[in-house]
Design a protein around this ligand. Structure first.
Ligand code: 5HU
Ligand code: ZN
Length: 164
C-alpha cells in the first residue's frame, strides 16, 4: 500500500489550528485565532479573542460603536496575546500563525516575546493606522512577515464517529 497523497501541509495544519481556535471566539463580528510553533514545529501556544478570564461573557458588551466603555474594545484580549500568555515555554525563534494580521499592540507583544516570524491569512484592515504601525514595529524588529493563501481550499471536520 502506498502513502496517502492528500495529507495537509504544515502551513495548512497550523493555520487550520489557528482558524479552529478562532471558532471558540464569541465575538459576533470577527473571530481571530493564533497558533505558535517552535523551531521543531511543536505547538507551544494557541489562542483566540475573548474577554479576560473570570469575566462573565454576559456582563460584557460585544458592541463596536457608541460609548467606548460599552463596546468590546477596551475589554477583549486579542488572540495573539492570548496565545503568547498561554504559551508553555520561551517563544524565542518561534513562528506565530494568525488568521488576521496582528494589530500594533499584539505586534509589540510578539516582538517582546522574541517570536521571529509571523504568518498570516487576512490583511483586511491594511488601510488602518494600527496596521501600518504594526508593520513598522515588526519590520523594525527584523521579524519575518509572510502572507499565505490557500485559495479556496476548505477542510471539513467530520465529527460523525461512524465515518472514522
Ligand atoms: O490583532 C487583533 N487580534 C484580535 O484578536 N482582534 C480581535 C479583537 C476583536 O474581538 C476583534 C475585532 O473586532 P472588529 O473587527 O469588530 O473591530 O478581533 C483584533 C485585532 C486587530 O486586528
Ligand atoms: Zn491585537
Amino acid at each position: 500500500m502506498s502513502k496517502r497523497e492528500d495529507y495537509i501541509s504544515w502551513n495548512e495544519y497550523f493555520m487550520g489550528l489557528a482558524l479552529l481556535s478562532g471558532k471558540r471566539s464569541k465575538d459576533p463580528t470577527t473571530q481571530v485565532g493564533a497558533c505558535i510553533i517552535d523551531e521543531d514545529k511543536k505547538i507551544v501556544g494557541i489562542g483566540y479573542n475573548g474577554f479576560p478570564l473570570g469575566s462573565s461573557d454576559d456582563n460584557m458588551p460585544w458592541g463596536k460603536q457608541g460609548d467606548f466603555l460599552e463596546t468590546k474594545y477596551p475589554y477583549v484580549v486579542h488572540a495573539e496575546l492570548n496565545a503568547i500568555l498561554n504559551s508553555i515555554k520561551s517563544l524565542k525563534g518561534c513562528t506565530v500563525y494568525v488568521t488576521h494580521f496582528p494589530c500594533n499592540e499584539c505586534a509589540k507583544a510578539i516582538v517582546q516575546s522574541k517570536i521571529s516570524r509571523v504568518i498570516y491569512l487576512s490583511d483586511k484592515h491594511k488601510d488602518k493606522d494600527s496596521f501600518k504601525a504594526s508593520k513598522r514595529i515588526l519590520e523594525n524588529a527584523g521579524i519575518k512577515i509572510e502572507k499565505i493563501s490557500f485559495g479556496s481550499k476548505k477542510i471539513i471536520l467530520d465529527f460523525d464517529e461512524t465515518n472514522l
